[in-house]
Design a protein around this ligand. Structure first.
Ligand code: SF4
Length: 645
């Protein structure tokens, strides 16, 4: 079998596996839906996810150890992940191949030439990783003042390096040793002058451009929803994700750029590709030319997916191991093995010191700059309601890779990608929107935490969610608290009876309670008693429509009988009101003023019982901006959101 046939089978397999994982990430009755499938496995294989969370949090979530497999494979075999496994890479390759079929050899060779702009992906990688490493760097800064052992060690290391710099003969080593000494001295000085933990902060933004989270997010939130509701096999209720248009735009832009340059994303943007290039720059096995036989026919350059100039000095780090050169070479000159390319090779990455420093410094500075808005601290946005089990905001932003898995699996479609309400750092992270979807956040559901690949949403047990068993003393997990908007609430603002929120509150005892009040109804004129016939009051005055006043919520009182409680209206006929009973017989006389009163049950929220599930908000009949809305106040995940003293 041809090697590229094997590669294509591998790419097709992983591509279909990826689609399968996306498709089954919907809770449902079907036998294939979420029955223990390892739907996040491809995300776990992505070492950039593991490295990013390790730098941002100092910990590695167990599943992300799979990334080590990719690292080892890359160190030994080169970028086999890019060329043989990555489903996003497979898509780019397929689109690029389709676009290039009719092009002449010269045009294809030109499209596959190496371009200096391919360095951009390293800049992106360094920028994103240094943004994630803020806390680690702060720890290093603080270490220099907090630990006398560390300071002594640093001083000894500086001294040793200084001596070495003087003694070393080679200019190269002397220069770099001097730089190292200066760096260490600068670092210790900065540590004494500043408080690292107040100066720096970490935020994990690799998921914006990391191909696996990007592809998961795009398929979950922009492609599968096109089928949901139409193909009930996926999700019988249709799914909406407000704000996903930007996700779709990014996805289609990077896919369609393959029509101009094949594997555009992999060559210029992909931060995972850049990481694997660094790991695989001196891979044990790599592509290369054999010593003799090359006629410079250009067949290898024409089909090279990595744009790594295989006919000349091969840029081995750029090679994605598509093996097209090996397959297409008419003279069998190309090979894959332990020997370096006979035509020479360049390991890369060819990033200049200035570019490296600019990317590093801007990445470290970007997060503290963004935090000046106070969005994570004092100026937090209470509209940002995170799923149950989500970590506090600062830690959440250190872990979430914006993959959209939690949004896809949510059975009621209330988890959505954030726009700018969670700040620039929070873009495309999950927030709850109770206006969309089929209900609120279900009390018995813990699906989002089970699928989150980085534990930004903890995989909580059901007992913890419900606050029972060993978690009974903590109470149930609250994601926010409902607030009644008295300016929009029908009973409060418009004298219209409504207890929809109270009826739908799922907790027991209910977090929404009501207080009864009889309020006089505003009519277009006075109602005067003309005559009383048993339980029926005949009156003069404006007509009373039965569909409104005979619903059981309306009552009457008579001016002459102030001590008699309001009596319920049973029915309304031509010029008369039928009452449930008639206690006015003794006291009332013709001409007495009749007052129609509505019995209102005014809703109140008990913040100690409300868990912020949002079912009340979803069901509220005020369909625009709801009259009862959940905000993140009192959410369990963050002590600074506490509402009760
Ligand atoms: S919180 Fe949601 S979007 Fe973020 S990493 Fe977890 S599953 Fe993905």
């Amino acid at each position: 079998m041809r090697i590229i046939t094997t590669r294509r089978i591998s790419q097709t397999f992983f591509f279909l596996l990826f689609l399968w994982f996306c498709a089954v990430s919907t809770l449902g009755e079907q036998v294939w839906q979420l029955r223990g499938w390892p739907v996040g496995w491809l995300l776990e294989l992505d070492p950039l996810v593991g490295l990013g969370t390790l730098l941002a949090t100092g910990t590695l979530y167990a599943g992300l150890l799979w990334g080590l497999l990719t690292v080892v494979l890359t160190i030994f075999l080169g970028r086999v992940f890019c060329g043989w496994i990555c489903p996003f890479g497979a898509l780019h390759q397929a689109v690029g191949w389709l676009a290039g079929r009719k092009r002449s050899a010269a045009v294809q060779i030109a499209a596959n030439r190496y371009r200096p702009a391919q360095r951009i992906k390293y800049v992106i990688l360094i920028f994103l990783l240094s943004g994630a490493a803020g806390d680690f760097l702060a720890w290093l800064l603080d270490l220099s003042v907090e630990s006398s052992i560390a300071v002594a060690g640093i001083a000894a290391a500086s001294l040793a390096c200084g001596i070495a710099a003087v003694r070393v003969r080679k200019a190269f080593w002397r220069r770099w040793t001097t730089v190292l000494v200066l760096l260490i001295i600068g670092w210790v000085g900065l540590g004494f002058l500043t408080d690292g933990s107040r100066l720096l902060a970490a935020s994990l933004q690799t998921g914006l451009l990391d191909p696996l989270p990007l592809f998961y997010r795009s398929v979950n939130l922009t492609l599968l929803p096109l089928l949901d509701g139409r193909m009930a096999a996926f999700s019988s209720p249709g799914r909406l994700y407000p704000g996903s248009v930007a996700i779709g735009l990014l996805f289609w832009t990077v896919v369609l750029l393959n029509l101009v340059i094949p594997r555009f994303y992999c060559r210029f943007i992909c931060p995972l590709g850049a990481l694997l290039e660094i790991l695989g720059r001196n891979a044990l096995y790599r592509m290369g030319q054999k010593p003799d036989g090359c006629t410079a026919c250009g067949a290898c350059d024409r089909h090279c997916e990595g744009a790594c100039d295989p006919s000349t000095t091969l840029r081995s780090a750029e090679c994605v191991l598509c093996m097209n050169c090996l397959d297409r070479c008419p003279h069998d000159v190309m090979g894959y093995g332990l020997h370096p390319s006979a035509a020479g090779e360049m390991a890369g990455p060819d990033l200049s010191k200035r570019e490296f420093t600019a990317a590093l410094v801007s990445g470290v500075a970007a997060v503290p700059l963004l935090r000046l808005s106070g969005g994570v601290d004092a100026n937090w946005n209470p509209a940002v309601i995170r799923p149950p089990g989500a970590l506090d905001e600062a830690n959440f932003l250190r872990r979430c890779i914006k993959c959209g898995q939690c949004m896809r699996v949510c059975p009621t479609n209330v988890i959505h990608p954030a726009g700018l309400q969670a700040g620039i750092e929070g873009i495309w992270t999950p927030v709850l929107n109770f206006r969309v979807g089929t209900s609120g956040c279900q009390r018995g559901c813990i699906a989002c935490g089970q699928l989150c690949p980085t534990a930004a949403i903890r995989p909580i047990p059901l007992d913890e969610r419900l606050g029972r068993g060993e978690f009974a003393d903590r109470g149930p997990i609250r994601i926010g608290t409902a607030f009644v908007d008295r300016g929009r609430c029908l009973p409060w603002a418009m004298d219209r009876p409504c207890i929809v929120c109270q009826e739908n509150c799922p907790v027991s005892p209910k977090a929404i309670f009501t207080r009864e009040e009889f309020r006089p109804v505003r009519l277009s004129g006075d109602l005067r008693l003309r005559e009383m016939v048993e339980d029926r009051l005949l009156f003069d005055g404006p007509a009373l429509p039965a569909e409104r006043f005979a619903t059981g919520d309306y009552f009457v009182t008579l001016e002459e009988s102030p001590d008699i409680a309001p009596v319920r209206i049973k029915d309304i006929g031509s010029g008369g009101i039928s009452l449930a009973e008639n206690p006015f017989v003794e006291t009332a006389s013709p001409g007495a003023r009749i007052t129609v009163r509505v019995k209102l049950q005014l809703p109140f929220v008990d913040p100690s019982a409300c868990i912020g599930c949002g079912i009340c908000e979803h069901e509220c009949p005020v369909k625009g901006r709801r009259a009862i809305r959940v905000s993140a106040e009192n959410a369990s995940r963050d002590r600074q959101h506490r509402l009760l003293l």
